[in-house]
Design a protein around this ligand. Structure first.
Ligand SMILES: [Ca+2]
Ligand SMILES: [Cu+2]
Length: 371
């Protein structure tokens, strides 16, 4: 899913100009010398570090051993989506090493986010009205707090313009994910949504954590496997069983909820991956700390060959589809991902989001350094 800044649907002029097309290394001095990374241009086995967890797991977190793995995707996933471009920005496959770390087993829930808000009085971006300085051409009446909400279309539509199914909704925020009439009552164990990048960062800081880098996220999501299409293997529905909350039915008209959920699901509704992480595919997108650049993997490989350790992402964002927008990486896909439009529940694929924009299918999870 790709859109510009948070006011996207309010400013037709900006909209018209926006294209809706699809579009370092810091080894700790005390560590022993790392082994040389495997040189390869295709997937090679994941070599997890043998180091034990540095202590008991912090509440709700699991140990990700880190190690060396093949990051990215190849064209073989491309054919699974009726719109091309799904694996383009996740090539070439390159070898990456990450240190071990703790990771939240689930996406951050409404209950957890509420604790943070109660403790700090934090107000999310969606709860603060945009200013004329930020959006000089917006009519003043449009400068109201809100966020982006998915709306099914009454009839099938060409899938070339996402503004047919996304709207800017006044009063949509994390407590009111679909707008003022909605609430999170009874949804305590659902992932929090309508979270902009800084909101996720603020929560992480409060919790003594941080957001994962894209490399950490992918290492963790692959769960020790290598080169698989999905976090659990190569089959979308092994033994005819849904493994993730994605979208079934005609997109974006009607989600039939064949996997058990039409829309968002409580965390832990599907089996965990090899490292004990839930919902690394589908349910909600997750913010990563890397800036998004379409060509980052290609540049990284040119620059460092296969010797990349703990990559932190590019120094500047760049999405040619919307060059003026500052985007960070999203990972994992959401309950709206489908083979008709976007198969980014595939573990090696990438997403992206403008940093001030939340929506009702974007959330996050946190990590914590080993020491
Ligand atoms: Ca579903
Ligand atoms: Cu998607």
């Amino acid at each position: 899913m790709f859109f510009g800044n948070r006011l996207m649907n309010l400013i037709p002029i900006i909209l018209a100009a926006m294209s809706a097309t699809l579009a370092l290394q810091h080894l700790r001095a005390a560590d022993p010398a790392p082994p040389a990374l495997t040189k390869t241009s295709s997937f090679a086995p994941t070599v997890a570090n043998a180091t034990q967890p540095p202590g008991p797991a912090p509440e709700g977190m699991v140990w990700i051993p880190g190690g060396e793995f093949s990051m990215g995707s190849d064209e073989c996933g491309e054919a699974l989506c009726s719109l091309p471009g799904v694996t383009g920005d996740s090539q070439p496959i390159h070898r990456v090493f990450v240190d071990g770390f703790w990771m939240d087993a689930t996406e951050v829930t409404n209950e957890q986010f509420e604790k943070f808000v109660n403790a700090t009085g934090y107000r999310t971006i969606a709860e603060i009205a945009p200013t004329q300085e930020e959006f000089p051409t917006a009519p003043p009446e449009n400068l109201v707090a809100g966020s982006t909400v998915f709306t099914p279309t009454p009839e099938p539509v060409p899938l070339n313009d996402m503004f047919q199914w996304w709207r800017y909704q006044h009063g949509a925020d994390w407590r009111h994910p679909e707008g003022p009439e909605s609430s999170v009552k009874g949804r305590e164990q659902y992932p929090v949504v309508q979270i902009a990048y800084v909101d996720a960062e603020a929560y992480a800081k409060w919790a003594g954590k941080r957001l994962p880098t894209e490399a950490e996220w992918e290492f963790a999501a692959r769960g020790g496997l290598s080169g698989k299409l999905y976090a659990w293997g190569d089959e979308l529905k092994p033994a005819d069983k849904w493994m993730a909350n994605i979208y079934q039915g005609k997109f974006p008209v009607k989600d039939t909820g064949e996997d058990g959920f039409a829309g968002i699901a409580p965390v832990k509704s599907f089996p965990p991956n090899g490292y004990g992480l839930y919902d690394v595919a589908g349910n909600v997108w997750e913010w990563c700390s890397d800036w998004y650049r379409l060509d980052y993997y290609a540049r990284l490989k040119l620059q460092s060959g296969d010797g990349t350790r703990n990559p932190q992402g590019p120094t500047t964002p760049y999405d040619p589809a919307e060059p003026s927008e500052k985007k960070r990486v999203h990972r994992g896909g959401s309950f709206l991902c489908t083979d008709q439009y976007c198969t980014r529940y595939m573990v090696g694929t990438r997403g992206k989001g403008e940093v001030t924009t939340g929506s009702n299918h974007v959330g996050f999870r946190c990590v914590r350094a080993a020491k």
